[in-house]
Design a protein around this ligand. Structure first.
Ligand SMILES: O=C[C@H](O)[C@H](O)COP(=O)(O)O
Ligand SMILES: C=C(OP(=O)(O)O)C(=O)O
Length: 350
């Protein structure tokens, strides 16, 4: 056989380091491993309703500068400690961006922001950053978008998300059924919540998953099913965080025998992508909690050092600590939001 019929539309760039080789360069200590395992258990207890605190996934829309991310993480760690009796604060550490059409796809794909696609460098930066954040005593959450890169970082992740554009995807549901952390499924970009409920059911049972193992060898895995999946309401064409939306979602979850609280994303469709509107969502969640709602177990906030976002015109003159994807609130606004959510939990307890 000499005539080629495939690989006409690809060019090999380079071989990639294996997940095991990267983990050997950036190893996980037993202390950090124990911290990750305990943080996952704490998150699961909140999602199941055994712990009445609120889970808060907060951080930049995407990581593009690891120095700014660490700077942010150190300041978030102080808030994590301050609110630890009412809130479990997990840093949003997103390395992979799903795009509506095209655009920068995140630090792992293109760490130099210039379409040079130094993926090996991206994976190295991502693993180092996650290690540093965990070592600060701050749990990390991320979106699992790519079917391969998870093997390089999933040991350092305490909570995972499947995004609005992939909740309906069979392979992402299979991936979620294999992940060792709790996973949130977003409703669809059009507002469809049923696909997230279907995804919870699909990911809760075993599947056969094709994936590289840690050595990079392609393997067939039997997954065990993920018992800690939940819905993330992120809005669609219109917001879906108001009491009617929360109550109707809770009814759907109950009728599908799903006993997992709801997470509300203050950003995306719920804020009409206006970062200043995230606080309105947090205020509504706080008043629903004060009114006694126990079905909301988490919130998500897009937050960074500097509010808003910026376009990458010259990668060497970016504003430090400002998002290059969706607009974020700054740390001052974040503190206000965290305080009102924390106060709401205190009031519900009283
Ligand atoms: O959270 C980030 C964005 O909303 C998502 O990646 C889609 O971005 P885009 O519509 O700008 O491509
Ligand atoms: C892409 C994201 O959100 P969504 O999937 O809701 O659009 C995100 O949270 O970064």
């Amino acid at each position: 056989m000499t005539i080629k019929t495939d690989e006409f539309r690809t060019t090999l760039i380079e071989n990639l380091v294996s997940p095991a080789q990267l983990a050997e360069q950036i190893p996980l200590s037993d202390d950090t491993a124990n911290f990750i395992i305990q943080s996952r258990k704490d998150i699961e207890a909140i999602i199941n309703g055994e712990d009445d605190r609120l889970l808060v996934i907060i951080g930049p829309c995407s990581i593009h500068d690891t120095d700014a991310a660490i700077d942010y993480a150190k300041q978030l760690k102080a808030l994590h400690e301050h609110h630890k009796n009412e809130l479990l604060i997990v840093m949003r550490v997103y390395f992979e961006k799903p795009r509506t059409t095209v655009g920068w796809k995140g630090l792992i794909s293109d760490p130099d922001l210039d379409k040079s696609f130094h993926v090996a460098k991206g994976l190295n930066l991502a693993r180092n950053l996650l290690m540093e954040i965990n070592e600060l005593g701050l749990p990390a959450g991320t979106e699992f978008l790519d079917m391969v890169t998870g093997q390089y970082i999933s040991d350092l992740i305490c909570w995972g998300a499947i995004g609005a554009r992939t909740t309906e995807s069979q392979v992402h549901r299979e991936l979620a059924s294999a992940l060792s952390c709790p996973v949130g499924f977003k409703n669809g970009t059009d507002g469809n919540i049923q696909i997230a409920i279907d995804a919870i059911k699909a990911s809760s049972v075993p599947h056969v998953l094709y994936s590289p193992d840690k050595s990079g060898q392609m393997c067939i895995y039997q997954t065990h099913g993920n018992p800690h999946a939940h819905v993330i309401l992120r809005g669609g064409k219109t917001p879906n965080y108001h009491p009617d939306d929360i109550n109707s979602t809770l009814e759907k979850l109950t009728s599908n025998n799903i006993n997992a609280g709801i997470m509300v994303d203050c950003s995306h469709g719920n804020s009409y992508k206006d970062h200043n509107k995230q606080i309105d969502v947090a205020k509504s969640i706080a008043s629903q909690i004060i009114a006694g709602n126990k079905g909301i177990s988490g919130v998500m906030v897009e937050s960074f050092l500097v509010e808003g976002n910026q376009k990458v015109i010259d990668k060497d003159s970016l504003t430090y600590g400002q998002s290059i994807t969706d607009a974020c609130v700054d740390l001052t606004a974040s503190q206000t939001m965290l305080s009102l959510l924390s106060d709401a939990i205190k009031q519900r307890r009283n």
